[in-house]
Unconditional design. Structure first.
Lengths: 196, 401
């Protein structure tokens, strides 16, 4: 359970911020992105963990990249086939999962020195930890920025008639950064003992 | 004053440690030192500098300096309203209309901002910082009069928390809090912060004068808005009912705009007070006008085919928030550059940036807010460079062996 809370990749290790800012305007792409990253981290962790004894140390980054790239391409094709709208919304960010710091970090730090089962769990945990933050940020951004959740209007019409206006700032990456900051703030004040 | 002092002293034990209302002691301290010199002064050991001017009194001077602009802003709100609806109204009716329109903004801004300040002060067991006195006064003056109140409340809360408290409270903020409020409103609710609908109160206030028909040819666009949306390379500025607007009219300030920014005379009056009391730096102010005027003049000469570039340089200095920003926003001692030489650079660059944004980015008719915020971010760097240069100069002069 470590990566979900106490060692969350986004709010504690501050990894993967760039994609967290880019894909969280709406809840749906954020959800898909979270799932995609979880799958890719878990799978690549397993693969690298299985190969870890045969990979020469000097070219390990290249090997890791090849594995990740293959998985990303796979996920990208699946998305294009079954969820084209979301794939278009996520556009380049699916491809950029390759460069996501969480991935390389987990491969280097964990999969290279642990067995496949542990690596699978580690990958799942970190992917889900990333997904949770993405979903929280996207929830607030979509709710306050466009008044919808998963594309459905949740803020009733009479609010708009009485002068409510969607917050355009929420649509901008700057606000996502501030939201991530708030989550970190809340997280740190709950987990006080984690601080060094 | 004696009776006030007696009341305060009588109440003091209630708020001391062990007293009934100890939880509110920071509130009490705040009001106490707001009214009187603090009881606790520096010890009589060593060399100390005594000065009766603490930051609260500095703040009060700024608030006093803002009052002419505010009073004029109130009058202008009423004036624009009655002009737009084609009615004749006496001076006091005009002023009262504006007063009633502006009052809710002042109250909302102070209640929200001070509420957060007090909460944080209680929570961190600190004295109440006085910084919000000025900020709360500035916020109503820099928003269009038709901004919904709840937006002002949200933006104020956002600015006080994220631009001030997380940096450590008054005196530690990097950016001017009032401008962050405006920037938040500007980016979050662009439809309510620009355009030609929001700068004139066309509807009534508190049910007074509701539902009046507008006169023919009414246009609520600010002069800078007219410049930004102009089709031709030159634009004839006009006020709300289509009469031409010249330099002196722009100085007099009876045209639509954010509440406090229109009348240059009122701003100059405030500037005089700030300069005489030494609260604001004349170097910053002067260099902003020099930088802005020079940039606008260069754009005049450059022959760029755009209405903002062809607006005469002296008009740029008196239209929109340029004067207001230069006098009240950029000179904020916390967020501006502190070294004397740095103030020249800081001010000059604000002027340059403000005019550049106005001219080259049609999306932002007013560049002053963004220019000041941008230079707020660079002020520490400017200071650092100035100090470094000075050190190097002295190092060269010194004969080190």
């Amino acid at each position: 359970m470590g990566p979900l809370n106490a060692n969350n990749p986004v709010v504690v290790q501050i990894l993967g911020i760039c994609s967290a800012l880019a894909v969280t305007v709406q809840l749906k792409p954020a959800l898909v992105m979270g799932i995609a990253v979880t799958i890719i981290v878990a799978m690549s962790n397993v693969v690298i963990s299985l190969l870890r004894n045969t990979i020469p140390m000097r070219i390990r980054i290249i090997v890791q990249l090849v594995v990740v790239a293959a998985l990303v391409t796979l996920v990208s094709e699946v998305l294009k086939a079954f969820a084209y709208d979301v794939a278009v919304q996520l556009s380049v960010y699916i491809g950029l999962i390759i460069t996501n710091c969480i991935l390389m970090g987990r491969l280097e730090a964990f999969a290279m020195s642990n067995g496949p089962w542990d690596s699978l769990l580690d990958g799942l945990g970190n992917g889900l930890g990333y997904a949770i933050i993405l979903i929280i940020v996207a929830f607030f951004r979509e709710l306050l920025g466009s008044g919808t959740l998963m594309g459905f209007h949740v803020i009733p019409q009479w609010c708009y008639e009485h002068g409510y206006v969607n917050n355009g700032m929420m649509m901008m990456p700057a606000m996502a950064l501030i939201l991530v900051g708030c989550i970190i703030w809340v997280h740190r004040s709950i987990n006080k003992e984690e601080k060094k | 004053m004696k009776w006030l002092y007696n009341i305060v002293e009588k109440l003091r034990p209630t708020f001391d440690k062990g007293g009934k209302l100890h939880a509110l002691h920071s509130l009490f301290d705040g009001f106490d030192t707001f009214l009187f010199t603090p009881n606790t002064t520096a010890k009589r050991i060593g060399a100390q500098i005594h000065d009766a001017t603490d930051s609260k009194r500095t703040m009060i001077v700024v608030v006093l300096a803002l009052i002419p602009a505010m009073l004029f802003g109130m009058y202008n709100i009423g004036y624009q309203h009655f002009l737009a609806t084609g009615q004749e109204a006496g001076f006091w009716a005009t002023f009262a209309f504006g007063l009633l329109a502006l009052l809710p903004y002042i109250i909302v801004s102070y209640v929200v901002g001070l509420g957060i300040e007090f909460t944080v002060a209680q929570w961190k067991h600190e004295e109440i910082a006085e910084g919000f006195l000025v900020t709360g006064f500035l916020i109503p003056l820099i928003v269009p009069i038709d901004t919904p109140l709840w937006m002002v409340a949200i933006a104020t809360a956002f600015a006080v928390i994220f631009a001030k408290e997380i940096f450590g409270g008054t005196g530690y903020n990097i950016f001017n809090v009032a401008l962050i409020t405006r920037a938040f409103l500007f980016f979050a609710y662009p439809t309510k912060m620009s355009g030609d609908k929001v700068f004139v109160r066309t509807d009534g206030t508190w049910g007074w004068d509701n539902g009046q028909a507008l006169v023919d040819g009414f246009s609520g666009a600010t002069p800078l808005g007219q410049i930004a949306t102009a089709q031709d390379a030159t634009v004839a500025l006009h006020n709300t009912v289509g009469q031409p607007l010249g330099f002196i009219d722009a100085m007099n300030g009876l045209y639509p705009g954010s509440v406090g920014e229109t009348c240059v005379w009122a701003i100059l009056l405030g500037a005089c007070l700030l300069l005489m009391t030494g609260v604001a730096s004349w170097k910053t102010m002067l260099s902003i006008f020099v930088g802005g005027g020079l940039t606008a003049w260069l754009f005049n000469l450059s022959g760029i085919d755009n209405a903002a570039a062809n607006t005469p340089w002296y008009m740029h200095l008196v239209l929109g928030g340029f004067a207001f920003g230069a006098v009240f926003m950029a000179t904020d001692p916390v967020t501006s550059a502190r070294t004397e030489c740095g103030k020249w650079i800081y001010g000059f660059l604000i002027g340059v940036m403000a005019i550049t944004i106005r001219v080259l980015n049609p999306g932002y008719p007013e560049g002053m807010m963004l220019a000041i915020l941008l230079m707020n971010a660079f002020a520490p760097l400017i200071d650092w460079c100035v100090v470094k240069v000075n050190i190097n100069k002295r190092m060269k002069r010194a004969t080190l062996k």
